[in-house]
Ligand binder design. Structure first.
Ligand SMILES: Cc1cc2nc3c(=O)[nH]c(=O)nc-3n(C[C@H](O)[C@H](O)[C@H](O)COP(=O)(O)OP(=O)(O)OC[C@H]3O[C@@H](n4cnc5c(N)ncnc54)[C@H](O)[C@@H]3O)c2cc1C
Ligand code: SF4
Length: 696
C-alpha cells in the first residue's frame, strides 16, 4: 500500500470488484502503460517489495522481484476515487503528490537495486554468514556441530555480534553420570563463566523477544524475565547489572535456574532455525555469581505498614508472596506443616537437582533476616490436616479462625498434594507399592537428618527418626513420566537399585516438534533427563522407558510383598471426537519388581483447609479464586482469603508458582492499603527505592 493506493497480488485474477467498495476503483496494473494519475506506480511497487524483502525476508516477494517487471502485471490496484481526485488536484496546482509515502523507509543507494535471488536458511540447512567475502571452503565451520561453544577471550566475546551464526549452543555441563550416581550432590558441574558469556552472545537481540513473555500459558517465561537485556549485559561482563535486572522479575532465580524446564528456550526466536540460546544456564550463572560476590544480602524494609499477612504453605508460591509483601512493609508470617520451609523445592525436587541446605535454606535464611516469621512442623500445620511426617493430624497449629482473626489477609498457597493413585488395580496394598512423594520426601528427610549428601551419605542415612523406603538391591518400576517420575528414577539409582524401568501410559513423544505443537509453544518432544541417563547402564545400556503400557495387577509373593507387575500394551484409537485406550491382545506380560513407585501426577489440594477458611472449590477440585488478569485476582469466596500457586491452578511448575505468588502479593497489597495510596505515601516518605518500586 502506498498513500491511499493498495496493490493486491492477484495472479489468478480472482479478486472481484464485488469485494471492493464502490468508492474505490479496481484495475489491473500494466507495466507497459502508466496510470494517468499515478505515473510512478510500478517503481513505487518495486520499492515497497524490496523493502518488504529486506525487513521480512519474504520468499514470495523475492520470487516476484526475480520476475520483475513482468510480475507487476499480476497485481490488482485498488485506488480510492477521492484519493485519485486529491492526486489530480495536487498535480494541477503544482503541489507535491501524496504518493509513495513509504519511500523514506526504503534502503538507498546500491542496496536499492533488485535483490539477488538468495534462498533463506531453512531448518534443514546450515546457517551460513551472508558475507560474500567468506570462502566456500570455510563455510563448513559455520555448520551446526562444527562451531565453537566457548570463546576464551572476554574482549572478543563482548564484541561478538554474530554469535548466533558463529557459535554452537551449550548448556551448563553436568557431572559425569557414572560418578554422580554415587552421591546426592547437585548433578551440575562447576560453573563456567566464559562459556556462559559466550552463550549469551548467541542472543540475536531480535527485537520482538518471545522468550521473555508468556503470550500463551505454553510459551515464553511466565515471569517476564528480561532475558535479552541480561544476555547483553552478561556478554559484556556486566554481571552486577545483569543480576539487578534478573531480580526485578524473579524472586528465586536460584530455583528456576536449576529446575525450570525453560519454556523461554522453546520460544527463543533463534530456535526457529537453529538451537535456542541456553537462557537457563545464563540465569543460573548470574544468580550463583551474585551469591559468590556477596550481592545477595538481607535488605529489610525501611518501615512497616502495621498490616499483618498470614501465608499458609511455604512452597515457591508462598515464599514469593512473602518476599514481595515483606518488601512492601507488611508483617508476614509463613506457616508450614513440614519440618522445613520450601514446599516441593524442599521435599519433592531431590537434592541432586537443587541443594536443600546451600540453595533452598540459604535463601530462607536471608528472608528470615529480612523480618519474615516462619512457623514450621506441628505449630505450622494450620487446620486439622494430616502431617507429612505421619504423626497424628489433630495436634496442629493455629485454627483457621485464629489465623483469620490475627491477620488482615490470608494467602493459601498449600500446593496440590493429593497424589493420583492406582487404587483399583489388584494388589495395590502390597508391601512395596508407594506413592512417589512418600518415597522422595523420606529420602530427602533422611539425607538432611544424616547431614551428608556426599558419597558417604549411606553411613548416616536412615539412622534418625524415620525409616525411609530403600531401593537398594531391588528391581524398581516407576509408573509415570514427568519430573516426579524422573526424580524417583534418579533417587532409586543412587540408593543402589539393580534395575529401574519406567512405564508410561502415553505414546512416545516425537523427536521433533509435531505440526500441532508449533514454535513458540513448549516443544513436546522426547527428552533424556538426568535420571534416564543414569539408569541406562542398569538396563543393558538401553533407554529404560516403555511407552503405551497399562498396569493390570501387582503380584503378591504369597506373604503380602510385591514381586512383579502385570502390564499390557495399549493403543490409542479415535472414537468420535475422543481418543480411547484399547489393550493390544496377547501383549500381557509380567515384569519382576520389588519396589513400585507411583508418579502419576496430582489431583489437587486437600479439601479440609478450603472448608475451614470458607473457600469454594472449582470444578477441577482446586481452590476457586479470581483469575482475570484484573485487580483483585486470587481473591477467594472469603473476602479476607486469597489462593495462589498449585492449589489454585493445579500441579504446575515452580516458575508459575513464583509468578502467582508475586501477583497475589500485589492483589493483597491493594486490598490492604486502599488501592495502594496509603502505602505509596508511606513509601515515598520513609521507604527505600526497593519499597517504592514495589508500591508503584
Ligand atoms: C517430585 C516433584 C518434582 C518436581 N520437579 C519440578 C521441576 O523440576 N521443575 C518445576 O518447575 N516444577 C517441578 N515440580 C512442580 C513444582 O514443584 C510445583 O509446581 C511447585 O512447587 C508448586 O508450588 P506451590 O508453592 O504452589 O506449592 P508447594 O511447593 O506444593 O508447597 C505447598 C506447601 O504447603 C504446605 N501445606 C499444605 N497444607 C498445609 C497446612 N494445612 N498448613 C501448613 N502448610 C501446609 C505443604 O507442606 C507444602 O510445603 C515438581 C513437583 C514434584 C512433586
Ligand atoms: S524462569 Fe524459566 S522460563 Fe523464565 S527465564 Fe528462567 S528458565 Fe526461562
Amino acid at each position: 500500500m502506498s498513500g491511499g493506493v493498495a496493490w493486491v497480488w492477484d495472479p489468478n485474477g480472482t479478486l472481484s470488484a464485488e469485494l471492493v467498495p464502490a468508492s474505490v476503483e479496481l484495475g489491473k496494473v500494466n507495466p507497459a502503460e502508466e496510470h494517468p494519475s499515478y505515473p510512478g506506480e510500478v517503481q513505487d511497487m518495486l520499492d515497497l517489495l524490496q523493502a518488504h524483502v529486506r525487513f521480512t525476508g519474504s520468499t514470495v516477494a523475492q520470487g516476484l522481484l526475480d520476475r520483475w517487471p513482468a510480475s507487476s502485471a499480476e497485481f490488482a490496484r485498488a485506488y480510492p476515487v477521492d484519493f485519485q481526485k486529491a492526486v489530480e488536484k495536487a498535480k494541477e496546482s503544482g503541489k507535491p503528490l501524496p504518493l509513495g509515502t513509504m519511500k523514506h523507509l526504503l534502503p538507498t543507494g546500491k542496496k536499492n537495486k533488485v535483490l539477488p535471488n538468495k534462498p533463506r536458511p531453512s531448518v534443514s540447512k546450515p546457517v551460513v554468514p551472508s558475507s560474500s567475502s567468506v570462502d566456500i571452503e570455510d563455510l563448513g565451520k559455520f555448520m551446526k556441530g562444527n562451531r565453537p561453544k566457548k570463546l576464551t577471550d572476554a574482549g572478543v566475546i563482548e564484541k561478538s555480534l554474530h554469535g548466533f551464526v558463529e557459535l554452537d549452543r551449550a548448556e551448563l555441563p553436568k557431572r559425569n553420570a557414572a560418578e554422580r550416581v554415587n552421591d546426592f550432590q547437585e548433578v551440575l558441574a562447576e560453573r563456567d563463566e566464559l562459556q556462559v558469556m559466550t552463550q549469551a552472545s548467541r542472543c540475536m537481540d531480535c527485537g520482538t523477544p518471545f522468550c521473555h513473555q508468556s503470550i500463551t500459558e505454553k510459551s515464553g517465561c511466565p515471569l517476564g524475565n528480561l532475558i535479552p537485556e541480561w544476555n547483553g549485559l552478561v556478554r559484556a561482563g556486566a554481571w552486577h547489572e545483569a543480576w539487578k535486572r534478573l531480580m526485578s522479575t524473579n524472586n528465586f532465580p536460584e530455583f528456576t535456574g536449576r529446575v525450570c524446564p525453560a519454556p523461554c528456550e522453546g520460544a527463543c526466536v533463534l530456535g526457529i532455525i537453529d538451537d535456542p540460546v541456553s537462557i537457563k544456564s545464563v540465569e543460573l550463572t548470574i544468580i550463583d555469581k551474585a551469591y559468590e560476590m556477596g550481592w545477595m544480602r538481607p535488605t529489610p524494609p525501611a518501615f512497616r505498614t502495621g498490616k499483618r499477612v498470614a501465608i499458609v504453605g511455604s512452597g515457591p508460591c508462598g515464599l514469593a508472596a512473602a518476599d514481595q509483601l515483606n518488601k512492601m512493609g507488611h508483617l508476614v508470617t509463613v506457616y508450614e506443616r513440614s519440618d522445613r520451609v520450601g514446599g516441593l523445592m524442599m521435599y519433592g525436587v531431590p537434592n541432586m537437582k537443587a541443594d536443600k541446605v546451600h540453595v533452598v535454606q540459604r535463601r530462607v535464611d536471608i528472608m528470615k533476616q529480612e523480618g519474615i516469621t516462619f512457623i514450621t512442623g506441628k505449630a505450622g500445620n494450620i487446620g486439622s490436616c494430616i502431617t507429612l511426617d505421619g504423626t497424628d493430624g489433630l495436634e496442629t497449629g493455629a485454627t483457621a479462625n485464629q489465623v483469620l482473626d490475627e491477620n488482615d489477609a490470608v494467602l493459601l498457597s498449600v500446593g496440590a498434594t493429593v497424589g493420583r493413585d492406582l487404587a483399583t488395580v489388584p494388589g495395590r496394598d502390597l508391601q512395596g507399592v508407594h506413592l512417589a512423594m512418600e518415597y522422595l520426601t523420606q529420602n530427602t528427610q533422611a539425607l538432611l537428618e544424616g547431614g551428608d549428601v556426599r558419597s558417604s551419605w549411606r553411613q548416616w542415612w536412615g539412622g534418625g527418626k524415620i525409616e525411609p523406603i530403600d531401593a537398594n538391591g531391588k528391581r524398581v518400576v516407576v509408573i509415570g513420566g514427568g519430573d516426579t517420575g524422573n526424580d524417583c528414577i534418579g533417587t532409586a539409582v543412587r540408593q543402589g537399585a539393580t534395575q529401574v524401568i519406567n512405564l508410561e501410559l502415553m505414546p512416545m513423544p516425537p523427536r521433533d516438534r509435531a505440526e500441532s505443537n508449533p514454535w513458540p509453544h513448549w516443544p513436546v518432544v522426547f527428552r533424556v533427563d538426568y535420571g534416564h541417563e543414569e539408569a541406562k547402564p542398569l538396563n543393558g545400556g538401553e533407554d529404560i522407558r516403555q511407552f503405551s503400557v497399562t498396569t493390570k495387577e501387582f503380584i503378591d509373593d504369597g506373604h503380602g510383598n510385591l514381586v512383579g507387575i502385570k502390564i499390557a500394551d495399549i493403543e490409542w484409537v479415535q472414537v468420535g471426537t475422543q481418543r480411547r485406550m484399547q489393550e493390544v491382545r496377547g501383549s500381557e506380560r509380567v515384569l519382576e519388581c520389588h519396589l513400585c513407585l507411583l508418579a502419576l501426577g496430582f489431583l489437587g489440594p486437600e479439601n479440609p483447609l478450603a472448608e475451614l477458611f470458607g473457600v469454594d472449590m472449582d470444578q477441577r477440585g482446586n481452590y476457586k479464586a479470581l483469575y482475570t488478569q484484573g485487580e483483585m485476582d486470587f481473591l477467594t469466596s472469603n473476602p479476607k482469603v486469597f489462593a495462589a500457586g498449585d492449589c489454585r491452578r493445579g500441579q504446575s511448575l515452580v516458575v508459575w508458582a513464583i509468578r502467582e505468588g508475586r501477583d497475589a502479593a500485589t492483589a493483597i497489597n491493594r486490598s490492604l492499603v486502599h488501592e495502594g495510596r496509603h502505602f505509596r505515601e508511606l513509601a515515598m516518605q520513609n521507604g527505600n527505592s526497593q519499597q517504592i518500586a514495589a508500591a508503584l
